[in-house]
Design a protein around this ligand. Structure first.
Ligand code: B3K
Ligand code: ZN
Length: 881
């Protein structure tokens, strides 16, 4: 156990490192059970550090075999070197070298951080604190070093040897069956960006010429035989490289850029300098095995990791509190990229859905934290939707607040001023304050206060005076450790629509000219009133257009107004939002009334019909509008005493009613959008498939027999995974022999394809019926299941805990018990993934009383275990607090 385990680390305690490490020379001899690592560190006292301070290098489960200072061996006696640290009490106060040899057992590394084995390959994951599992180091992001890495391995076992930077030399080790490669990365970098890979991998190669004419060799390494499935990722990579040059003026800076796909990975991917390592889920795609959503995910993640080369690698974080500096900004950049490559409105809707589904519950529960946290006990638990997705929203707001031009100038300043440094949020904001000549002090609260602000808006029309008064208020509920919230700077995009659907020009004495021109009004005090003049008739207010701020909006709007927005709003996002709001209101009312299956307002059905009529204008948008709010969307609105069964019943009833009432129109769409020609993952084709699959889901809900017939035919005849999985999902909702036959057939077809079998597990884990619990338990004993593989664990247990509201939150508590059992087992081997699973409990206090009792009992049972990792203990303590 490391002495600092569980300690609270505070941003306010930050001190610069006492020593700097200028160069790192590594010699790594790969072996399954005894990998020998020799590290030669060139160290010097940091002029900004404490003179004469001891040198404390971090370690984690390390075994040192030799330590030498300036070439002279030190006896590794107890106390000065332990598995967790290496301390030199009185190091030289001038430059010196430290040579450290460690021996690792990668095959036994089940945590998948540090050096480990995935399949037959060796790979690494160092962010956030994995490098200390390879050698002793100042394992913090503000220590930047130039790395040279010699990797040696058995030629047959690992013909491919990859490292950071450019390859310098390679060759055979004379008289042995081994070979080596030396990689040199000229860009100083923090240890978390170190990576190496060794294995017998297939590859695809391509090349790219930067705007300034420098050629770059591109390589994607995958499991042998899967090379063809890397084509889309390669295409996405080249498009990302071009986009970053065009939009941000950022060019790539090494001779090679390599990506390696592995099947055992704790998260999505990792931006190691010049050597990105990916979860193969975000690299491999073929039309038969990947859905349109998978293709979109690959495009996004490839772009995200590539964009990190500037926002993250060239400019890194001073400390882990600044994580949003690279993550929020890079998510913003990948969202912009995907918006440019696809449909901006549809992408915005998808991103807001993600934010609401993943970040809003975090921000209103026990795990709420600032976009830039003040404290942490386990940094790996802060790679959250708040840091990533809300972090991206904050950048988007900043852009809206200061304007596109000042934002672009601020980004250019940031790259100019901070290139090659480890920066802070303050550094970042100073560039935008300078570029815009605006004071960003209040804006900065978005980084410093947790919680989702509630904006309430009311409007009053005065026909005689031809004025419309809009009253805006903001408030933010307390979050753990923060009872008082100061007002945020909230940019609210607003438009007025007249009764014919036309836009009304904005005129007002209470607003600034820039606000009237841009339609973005800034709410920075607790309340603001804006009176619009020259409003000839009672308008409809379209507020929070394009989701201009990550807030919850409360605005009394009746069906007429929502229907007018759906029909006429020039803002596509608010057309979608109008239906979401309408449906959520209906469903919340149905649940609250205690009659979840009461008759549905016919005006809503008519609205959905109008969406089908206009579907050809933008099939992808129509599919989004047709998708009813999720069970968790409804639960969030209800906020307390939640009964997921009632929510499910209400939503299911609405889906069935629409499916039956609109059967002719849905059938027409289903027939009209039949797949023709070869599969293409482009946004337009994907939108057509999404619309057709949405029609299928409604038809199956409305008429089981018809649904069964259509879905069976679609499943059997599908020529791509989007259509096959769309059919399988429809069949999964229909209990009976056809479903079981489909599941058998699905497994038989794809048994050898891990990523597809993950889908097969998820399909079953998310069936909303009581038998699913036993099914999931049975699947845990299936030959294809393994807790050792994170994708598989997420596909079955993660999907059950987050994608099956009625069964995870079963009234008898058996869903909670199942997940807690898995967390307890998994914690012994992979604490990071275990902690992630456990965070499904973050909404437990919003459930009804009987469910809360069951959830608490399960959590306390976990707490009673004597050996919990720091990762799980941290989430558990905060969840129970
Ligand atoms: N930076 C990595 C995440 C590392 C997570 C460490 N627990 C991937 C990314 O955000 O690009
Ligand atoms: Zn990232």
């Amino acid at each position: 156990m490391r002495p600092e385990t569980g300690h609270l680390i505070r941003l306010s305690d930050y001190l610069p490192p006492d020593y700097l490490i200028d160069t790192v020379d590594l010699d790594i001899k790969l072996d399954r059970h005894a990998t020998h690592v020799r590290a030669l560190l060139a160290i010097r006292p940091n002029p900004k550090g404490r003179a004469g301070a001891p040198l404390r290098l971090d370690g984690d489960e390390l075994k040192a075999t030799r330590i030498a200072l300036n070439g002279i061996d030190l006896q590794p006696t107890a106390g000065f070197v332990t598995p967790d640290q290496l301390v030199i009490e009185k190091p030289p106060q001038e430059p010196f070298t430290l040579q450290v040899e460690t021996v690792l057992d990668p095959a036994a590394n089940t945590k998948f951080t540090g050096l480990y084995r995935s399949g037959s390959a060796y790979c690494t994951q160092c962010e956030a604190e994995g490098f200390r599992r390879i050698t002793y180091f100042l394992d913090r992001p503000d220590v930047l070093s130039v790395y040279t890495t010699r990797i040696e391995a058995d030629k047959a076992e690992a013909p491919v040897l990859l490292g950071n930077g450019n390859r310098q030399v390679s060759g055979d080790v004379p008289g042995t069956s081994r070979h080596f490669a030396v990689w040199h990365d000229p860009h100083p970098k923090p240890s978390y960006l170190f990576a190496l890979v060794g294995g017998d991998l297939g590859h695809v190669r391509d090349s790219y010429t930067t705007k300034s004419g420098t050629p770059v060799e591109l390589g994607i390494y995958v499991e042998k035989g899967k090379e063809a499935r890397a084509a889309y990722a390669m295409d996405a990579l080249k498009r990302s490289m071009r986009w970053d040059e065009d939009m941000f003026g950022r060019e790539y800076d090494l001779d090679v850029f390599n990506i390696v796909a592995v099947s055992d990975f704790n998260m999505g991917a990792m931006e190691n300098k010049g050597l990105n390592v990916f979860n193969d889920k975000y690299v491999l795609a073929s039309s038969e095995t990947a859905t349109d959503a998978d293709y979109a995910g690959i495009e996004t993640v490839i772009a995200h990791e590539y964009f990190h080369n500037w926002t993250g690698n060239r400019i890194t974080c001073r400390d882990w509190f600044q994580l949003c500096l690279k993550e929020g900004l890079t998510v913003f950049r990948d969202q912009e990229f995907s918006s440019d490559e696809r449909s901006r409105t549809v992408k915005r809707i998808a991103d807001v859905r993600t934010l609401r589904a993943a970040q809003f519950p975090e921000d209103s529960g026990p795990l709420a934290h600032n976009v830039r946290p003040d404290t942490y006990r386990e940094i790996n638990n802060f790679y959250t939707a708040t840091v990533y997705n809300k972090g991206a929203e904050v950048i988007r707001m900043l852009k809206r607040f200061i304007g596109d031009k000042a934002f672009a100038d601020g980004m250019a300043l940031y790259f100019e001023r901070f290139d090659g440094t480890a920066a802070t949020v303050e550094n970042f904001l100073s560039c935008f304050a300078d570029a815009s000549q605006r004071d960003l002090t209040q804006f900065k609260r978005w980084y410093e206060q947790a919680g989702t602000p509630l904006v309430s808006a009311t409007s009053a029309y005065d026909a005689a005076a031809q004025t419309l008064t809009v009253d805006l208020k903001q408030s933010t509920a307390p979050t753990p450790g923060q009872s008082e919230k100061k007002p945020f700077v909230i940019p609210l995009s607003l438009g007025l629509i007249d009764h014919n659907g036309g836009a009304i020009a904005l005129a007002s004495e209470d607003a600034e000219a820039a606000e009237l021109q841009s339609g973005t009004f800034i709410l920075k005090s607790p309340e603001r009133r804006i009176t619009f003049r020259n409003v000839a008739s009672k308008p409809v207010v379209s507020l929070l257009r394009n989701f201009s701020a990550p807030v919850r909006l409360q605005m009394a709007a009746g069906p007429e107004e929502l229907l007018a927005l759906l029909a006429h709003d020039s803002d596509g996002f608010n057309r979608w939002q109008a239906v979401q709001t309408y449906a959520t209101d209906l469903l919340v009312q149905a649940v609250r009334s205690g009659e979840p299956t009461a008759p549905i307002d016919p005006r809503f059905i008519a609205a959905m019909d109008s969406v089908l009529v206009r579907a050809h204008e933008d099939p992808a948008l129509a599919a989004q509008i047709l998708a009813l709010p999720s069970e968790t969307d409804i639960a969030r609105e209800i906020a307390k005493d939640i009964d997921p069964d009632a929510i499910f019943a209400a939503r299911d009833h609405l889906q069935c009613t629409i499916g039956l009432a609109l059967q002719p129109a849905l059938t027409k769409i289903y027939a009209q959008y039949t797949e023709t020609g070869a599969y293409s993952p482009d946004a337009l084709s994907a939108g057509r498939r999404a619309l057709r699959n949405s029609a299928l889901a409604y038809l199956a809900a409305g008429d089981k027999a018809l649904g069964l017939e259509l879905a069976k035919a679609q499943f059997d005849g599908a020529t791509n995974m989007t259509n096959r999985l769309g059919a399988a999902a429809a069949l999964a909702t229909l209990p009976g022999a056809a479903r079981e036959t489909m599941l058998k057939d699905f497994y038989a077809r794809f048994a050898d394809d891990a990523l597809v079998i993950d889908k097969w597990f998820t399909l079953q884990a998310t069936i909303p019926e009581a038998e699913t619990l036993e099914r999931v338990k049975g699947l845990m004993a299936h030959e294809a299941f393994s807790l050792a593989n994170p994708n598989r664990t997420r596909a079955l247990i993660g999907a059950f805990a987050t994608g099956n509201q009625t069964q995870f939150h079963r009234a008898d508590g058996a869903g909670y018990e199942l997940v807690i059992d898995v967390v307890a087992r998994l914690d012994a081997t992979n604490p990071q993934v275990a902690a992630r699973m456990l965070s499904a409990f973050r909404t437990w206090r919003t459930m009804d009383a009987p469910r809360q009792t069951k959830a608490e009992a399960a959590l306390l049972r976990l707490k009673a275990k004597d050996k919990l990792s720091n990762d799980v203990a941290d989430i558990l303590t905060r969840t129970l607090a």
